[in-house]
Design a protein around this ligand. Sequence first.
Ligand code: MSP
Length: 780
Amino acid sequence: MCGRAMKANAVRWRVDCLVNQPVAWAERRKTPLMTNSASSSSRYYLTTPIYYVNARPHLGHAYSTIVCDALARRKRALGIETWFLTGTDEHGQKIERSAEKAGRTPEEFATAISGEFSGLWKRLGLTNDDFIRTTEERHKRGTQRLFAELRDKGFIYKGSYTGQYCVSDELYVDGPPGTVCPDCGRVTETVSEENYFFKLSAFERKLLEFYEANPGFMGPESTRREVVSFVRGGLRDLSVSRTSFSWGIPVPGDEKHVIYVWLDALANYITALGYGSDDPAERARFEKFWPADLHLIGKEISRFHCVYWPAFLMAAGIPLPRSVQANGWLLFDQGKMSKSRGNIVRAETVQEVLGADALRYFLLREIPFGQDGSFSFEALVQRYNSDLANGYGNLVSRVVNMVHKYFGGTVPNAGAETAAEAALRESAVRAIAAFGPAFDELNFSDALKALWVLVAETDGYLTAKAPWKRPVDRPEAEHVALQARVLATAAEAIRIITALVYPILPESAAKVWRQLGQGEIQEAVKQGFLLELSWGGLQAGTRFGEPAPLFPRAEKDAVERMQAIEEQNSLSVIEAASTCGAASSGFAAKTASSELSAPAAESAEKGAIMSEISETQNSWDNSPVDSVGVEAEDEALAYETVSKAAELPAAPQVPAQLAPPQVAAPQVVAEPQYISIDDVIKVDLRVAQILVAERIPKADKLLRLEVDLGYEKRQILAGIAQYYEPEKLVGRKIIIVANLAPRKMRGLESNGMLLAASLEGGAPVLAGFLEDVPLGARLK
Ligand code: MSP
């Protein structure tokens, strides 16, 4: 974004090209991440970034939220009073314009997408204590209070800006009227705007001193270096209000201004706790939990969190957060996963096929925190099978089944320890010692590696002792004693593994906890069970629970199934007009259905809206305004539903016949979901004939079809390239959904959707007729 600059009467915005250079984000962290753990012992407050409501959540968003959830769970299990906040960032020109394009009010638009986020977090079982929407009254009140505080203390003053502006890129551009935007080449508009400015320049030295005195404040190291060099390069005052649009929080006392969306968004971390509230209970929560122990953020928004936010807080006289840590990006198909790039994967897809725990495990094990990490279905399935199905899951299943088989489900007395048991005990002690510090430094990958050493050693111990096999020369009594010793010892190791892995695999750990006869793990969490975790907690005589499947082995088709779900999702678009009401009520529907099973909840969400997102804002870009969808420019806003959601059971689905009997997939019987005749007639199904069918470069799954409806010809993109040779489709009569809202994929517009039967493994079979049917005939 070099060349981006803003002129102001009182303020001159200087573009610092240096800080906008690409940085080696993916470099390995040189120093461990610190979370300033010494600073808080009895309570812990952590936050995710609040997500823009331009598009439905994808894995990139889920990543930060899952990391925070795992941290929050461990803190609670250590007996620490924890407050975990997430939410949605709903104001600003970007959202206002997206809503306008979609023909919705910003409120409707934001409500629907925000509901997608909160609904997904619920379905994934995330344990956020609060979910803030920046459109809520409590946030508005608190943000205005913060603004007023800054102004009253003399850190905000009025200035004005006149210059060139690129509406498409939301970019202030240097030059005379008629200048073209350096980014997109469009002719800029001349704008003249009165703004309030924050005296950021006054905080340059204070910030540098603060960073110096608090080396653990921000990380990883690459982020720290970037931030320090940015501040050293000189800080200019920051525009903190806008007048050219209205979708924001009004500046108190000067309501034609709305507060700059980043000041508004950052304030969520305190307004959600009760800052600015008149309610003593809420203020007490603020006093109790602020300052935050950890703001977990994406690496591209570090400037906002490590420069602007501390400066605002210093100016307002509010203590600074203890730590800001940046995660790297989740990459898919080589690029940052983002809706505008069209390379997203949804968390729901992984949850549907392998379960939420598999996703959590993969993200935390596979990606060293702070670095970019590639996501692929193949790597996910491989990791799932090797570590969860064949590793931990299989170990639990073997031991629990043998305790049932040989000891009627009661933990036997281990008797005297031999060298082998002592070695396993020591290994467990090492795992406990290694896991905690690594995890607390956000080094989840190493924590899990250390724990899986114990999984492997327990497995090896079991195999070496082979309690299921009695050599002919071993007396019966001796064999029973060996079985007792080995199974009690292995079960204790599993108890340790399960307790430690609980924050990462909460659902599975809960199941194993019951199987080990330990009751509900939530109860143990309430007792702060991790604090006292040590070898020897499993008592002889404990009654085991029934064995239950944990991680059914995923067969090869798991990858294809996830791909097919994603493909289907990206192809499914519904008629915009018919969802208008549903869209605006989407949030309410989700809130009400939050306790429902996943399919029911998803089904309640049908009609929720979705748009393309722009995630291109570079935090080192010096523009004083919030950026608008620069990448999404050619992508039409579309209303979409998760078409398959209602058909899919919540539990992980692995073909039952492929799973070993002891780990068969649980049967989930979905309630029938009825629709009315009115719903049916909304869908305009028509007979069409394929005139042209061809592959699309670099899109393995898509075919471009030109179809004739008799009354018109149109283009449809269909995800059938892997199953149909294009040449064989020409001339074929098919059925299409003719009133689907148009959608762009790979830069091409698709006008409709083919109907096909979806077979096991995702292969579609196109619907058609035996008799000849005229083109354009409607199916009723
Ligand atoms: N609304 C701002 C944050 C305000 S916080 C006061 C924002 N929103 S965002 O929706 O664009 O991004 C939210 C978070 O999601 C960021 O931390 C961002 O890094 C993260 N991710 C979005 N896509 C991502 C990946 N592909 N990978 C990892 N995280 C990514 O910025």
